[in-house]
Design a protein around this ligand. Sequence first.
Ligand code: SF4
Ligand code: SF4
Length: 321
Amino acid sequence: MNLLEYRLLGKTGLRVSRLCFGTLTLGPLQAHLPLEEGAALLAEAYRCGINFWDTAEHYQNYAYLRLALKKIQTLPVIATKTYAYDRAGAQASFEKARREMDIDTVPIFLLHEQESALTLKGHREALDFFLEAKAKGLIGAVGISTHTVAAVRAAAEAGHLDVLHALINYKGIGIKDGTVEDMLKALSGAYKKGLGIYGMKALGGGHLISTAEKALKFVKNLKELHSFAVGMASSEELLVNLHYCQGLKPPPEIEARLSLKKRRLEIEEWCIGCGSCVEKCPQGALSLEKEEPVRAVVDPERCILCGYCGAYCPEFCIKIF
Ligand code: SF4
Ligand code: SF4
């Protein structure tokens, strides 16, 4: 029996499961599951009632979604994101998403990691491309993703955005410019403006795994969140999260095993100290050692284990376990 809740995602007309499958975990930046295994997990999640999948061009995982779509033979609500800021970049991202997922229309397209009204302004050309594609029926809804309170406020004021994907968890891990209370207040403002809102990093990128039940209850109880994305990389994680989100008790032995899981980022010893990962970390969690041999080091307190830095390492030495 499926006891998952479903909500209309703001004014988009899209009906989404409250539990959204965060697919970052599947691909090369995180678990790097074999293609068939990752696609089978996504298809399994769909059959269990999760009809909302979150991805991004940066995650390099469209192939998993493509194969999962072949398995389920229908189009769930898929949200993807791009760092494009101009028209040509937005068009290239849009075509890549359609080509690599083998879909004609994209349910939701977001500008990835917006920080403020200023960054939103700097991406105006890309946004205009997506709004025009929406008017032609090629995109269902347009919005932004963000780790900042300032961008949530900017989205609420923008007037032309449909969807907001914002970082929120009970400890505020990863919020770049404020507290949990600041973010909740900003989300409330966006909710009142009618935006469709889904949360990001409910488990703090893995830091809250030992208190997963509490962490998911927190986001589930926020009326402002029409849905919340949770990254999953195994059937056991899917099972436990589905239980929590349906108010059920998961099998104790699986729950205990998962709660002990410790996620971490490691930088291999062959790091050449180029610094490209340092510039790209959205949390400022990476730095270069001051003494020879110069290598990147991570501050585990600041790192939210998103794995984004891995895509920028020319030596492939950043791994998330
Ligand atoms: S160090 Fe890497 S994994 Fe950690 S927050 Fe920064 S980009 Fe994400
Ligand atoms: S990008 Fe890779 S090689 Fe360069 S500093 Fe970071 S971890 Fe080292």
